[in-house]
Design a protein around this ligand. Structure first.
Ligand code: HEM
Ligand code: 2DC
Length: 467
């Protein structure tokens, strides 16, 4: 018989003192490292209470499988309270990110058809290819300008611009022009606001935002300011498309938003809410992942060369047929999975259990928040052999991959932007590796810090030289 819930390992009885210790250890920034420590102390399953938030933590693939087996058809994640609080404060609709129940499911299924399905994907492939080509063009012009035959820089903001250009093109069917020298200051403000929004969210995970709102603390004020700017900019983009829709005569694909408006099945305010979430969700996530991918490939030149030969062969065999090209680059796809294993965007996946569930022989009551420690899983030597090694081939060989590639989540509530992200990142690597060698100072190790998603602790200098 399973052991009772109260016998789970962990310091869960000391809710508030845990929060205090957490704060003293600078846990807000290091939550992912503290999780690795906790697993070493308590084992593969433990319970923790931080302030008022009680969760069970797991990290083994088979335990994750057991959790997702009981997620039901309306799965729910941990509620990121400040995001709800902002929308309530400004009287805005929730998009699919924040909705729950039947309304979530219904709208999510509509959106899946546009952005997650295979047919949806084929429609935006050429758009993302175009943006990838423009990035390459921009690098060549920077190389030229440097007068040194190569370009060395912290590419963070360049990649933010690339990512926003990509996702906007898919959503609105129009280019923002962010890969030129002069860019619209509003777009830069949008980029900066998304980063600020993430940074100001993490401290509010454990301190009720309602309280911070009452005392008008600066963290809450900056959070509101960031969302205001995100919503204003998205609104202007949406309005532009909305008013030009009547003048459209041809029926070529004009992006996700037009397609949703023309179908006329979702309320306009709901479309706006979800499009805004997609636009904001499409910047830091892929930009940071691409930065890590280039960092890892720069530190492993032999692997970089293998990817390049794979790409050149795929190009030779498929020419400009993008779908055919993408079928021939398994190692590039594996390199992105491997990047996300070591540098996940989301440090955990979370679900509320829908019924009493046995995990690791403990009885977990219905309604418990269970978190899968993705960062810890990715670096656990019992789960991945030589986890510190960047080795894309591990995804293609004998090693088990069962419930190990969870970077985009799982099941009906998995990442809605997954296909956009994957296509965007694959095509980016295809174009960059076809044209440039990526290098970095291999002595410099970069760690990550938690600001809701994981960011590099310091700027990463990369050098791109034409082949
Ligand atoms: C949700 C990861 C890029 C939009 C999620 C979740 C994860 C994730 C782990 C939670 C899934 C779950 O609970 O099972 C990533 C990673 C990305 C990425 C690793 C890139 C490397 C994007 C992009 C967009 C996006 C580009 C928008 C275009 C969303 C949205 C949700 C979500 C809207 C919420 C879906 C829902 O609740 O129904 N993402 N994401 N993500 N992501 Fe992403
Ligand atoms: C953060 O303890 C740590 O994809 C918390 O594109 C648990 C948690 C809950 C939800 C996760 C969040 C973490 C990380 C960021 C995620 C988010 C769900 C969606 C969001 C993973 C792990 C993200 C980045 C979306 C954001 C869209 C937004 C900008 C509108």
């Amino acid at each position: 018989t399973p052991l009772p819930y109260d016998q789970l390992p962990g310091d869960w009885k000391k809710g508030w003192s845990s929060l205090y210790h957490f704060w003293k250890k600078d846990g807000f920034k290091n939550i992912h490292h503290l999780m690795v420590e906790n697993y070493q102390r308590f084992g593969p399953i433990y319970r923790e209470t931080l302030g008022t938030q009680n969760s069970v933590y797991i990290q083994h693939p088979e335990d994750a499988a057991a959790l997702f087996l009981v997620e039901g058809i309306h799965p729910e994640r941990l509620r990121v309270q400040p995001w709800y609080e902002y929308r309530d404060f400004r009287n805005k609709r929730y998009g699919v990110l924040l909705k729950s129940g039947e309304e979530w499911r219904c709208q999510r299924l509509m959106l899946n058809r546009e952005v997650l399905s295979v047919s949806g994907m084929h429609r935006f492939l050429p758009l993302l290819d175009n943006v990838g080509q423009d990035f390459v063009r921009r690098v060549y012009s920077q190389v030229e300008r440097s007068g040194r035959g190569k370009w060395t820089a912290d590419l963070t903001n360049e990649l933010f611009r690339f990512a926003l250009e990509s996702v906007s093109y898919v959503l609105y069917g129009q280019r923002l022009g962010l890969l030129q020298d002069y860019i619209n200051p509003e777009s830069q403000e949008f980029i900066d606001s998304v980063t600020t929004m993430f940074h100001t969210t993490s401290p509010m995970l454990y301190i009720p935002p309602r309280l911070l709102r009452l005392i008008n603390s600066s963290i809450w004020k900056n959070h509101v300011k960031a969302w205001d700017s995100i919503f204003n900019h998205a609104d202007r983009c949406i309005q532009g498309i909305y008013s030009s829709l009547r003048h459209r005569s041809d029926n070529t694909y004009a992006g996700v938003l037009s397609s949703l408006l023309l179908q006329d099945k979702l309320p306009l305010e709901d479309i706006k809410a979800s499009i805004t979430e997609l636009m904001a969700g499409g910047v830091d996530t892929t930009a940071i992942t691409l930065q890590w991918a280039m960092y890892e490939l720069a530190r492993a030149p032999a692997i970089q060369e293998k990817l390049r030969s794979e790409i050149l062969a795929a190009r030779a065999a498929s020419g400009n047929d993008l779908a055919a090209l993408l079928k021939r680059i398994p190692l590039v796809k594996a390199a992105l999975k491997e990047t996300l294993r070591l540098h996940p965007v989301a440090i955990t996946l979370q679900r509320y259990t829908r019924k009493d569930t046995v995990i690791r022989n403990y009885m977990i009551p219905k309604g418990t928040l269970v978190q899968v420690g993705l960062y810890a899983m990715g670096r656990n030597p019992d789960i991945f052999t030589f986890p510190e090694r960047f080795s894309p081939a591990r995804w293609l060989g004998q090693e088990s991959t069962h419930f190990r590639g969870l970077s985009f989540g799982f099941g009906p509530r998995q990442c809605l932007g997954r296909r956009i992200a994957e296509m965007e990142m694959q095509l980016f690597l295809v174009h960059v590796l076809e044209n440039f060698k990526i290098e970095t100072n291999r002595m410099v190790e970069v760690e990550s810090t938690f600001n809701l998603i994981l960011f590099p602790t310091r700027p990463i200098q990369l050098t791109l030289s034409p082949l």
